[in-house]
Design a protein around this ligand. Structure first.
Ligand code: URA
Length: 227
């Protein structure tokens, strides 16, 4: 059914059908429940062919208190930030941010690309802005950058820190262990008080507002699907 192929949101579909803007194989669509095979039929919006995409790639700016999951009995999830009709696309977050971490999360239904981006072998860089409770020093930077052994015995991979202030900076990781940044600073007797992911590979959050979402651009989609 036209309304179920996920090309446009339900509201967009209704609006565009009402304005007679959509055609399938040259015939104007009159109702949202008309049959369509998006992989075979030629769909045009306002005369322009619209390419059907098998998968969706979405970037959200996760606010504090929202969980990186598809469903949660108690808390709002990153999928709940999208319009309700997008639920049926089967989107899930590619990697997790802690409930109190804000910033960039990519949602997709492309399991292979998500898996590739999360694979430790691919070394995808994730950059975060952080603030700490106490001042941190050059020795802390060196120890964290070189990789240190956490309480559970895991030795972290090398990473990069760029100082901003006495208590703030940017850290770029190529892996994503549970609470990794908090544990890295914890191992140096410090505490992360604010954490925001600002980029994932070459995909950046930009000025997207907290709680908002957007589709990845074609270039970003290329980056995400060619890992
Ligand atoms: N490291 C953390 O400690 N928390 C996150 O959410 C991401 C990386």
């Amino acid at each position: 059914m036209f309304s179920e192929i996920g090309m446009f949101t339900r509201r967009e579909t209704a609006d565009r059908i009402r304005r007679k803007l959509i055609t399938v194989n040259g015939v104007t669509v009159k109702k949202p429940d008309e049959k369509v095979n998006p992989e075979k039929d030629e769909i045009r919006l306002n005369g322009e062919v619209v390419k059907y995409k098998k998968y969706a790639y979405i970037l959200v700016n996760k606010p504090n208190g929202v969980v990186s999951a598809t469903e949660d009995g108690r808390d709002k999830t990153v999928v709940d930030l999208l319009p309700p009709e997008m639920k049926k696309l089967g989107l899930f977050p590619c990697g997790r941010l802690d409930k109190d971490t804000v910033g960039l999360v990519i949602l997709t239904n492309d399991g292979v690309s998500a898996h590739n981006n999360l694979s430790p072998k691919r070394h995808v860089e994730k950059k975060y802005y952080f603030e700490t409770a106490d001042e941190y020093f050059d020795e802390d930077i060196t120890a964290i950058e070189n990789g240190l052994t956490l309480a559970d015995g895991y030795t972290t991979k090398p990473c990069k820190i760029e100082r901003e202030g006495k208590n703030s900076g940017y850290i770029t990781l190529t892996e994503g262990k549970y609470h990794e940044i908090k544990r890295l600073f914890g191992a140096r007797k410090n505490k992360i008080t604010y954490l925001k992911r600002i980029s994932f590979s070459k995909i950046t959050l930009g000025d997207l507002k907290e709680g908002d979402w957007r589709y990845l651009t074609d270039d970003e989609e290329f980056i995400f699907t060619n890992k």
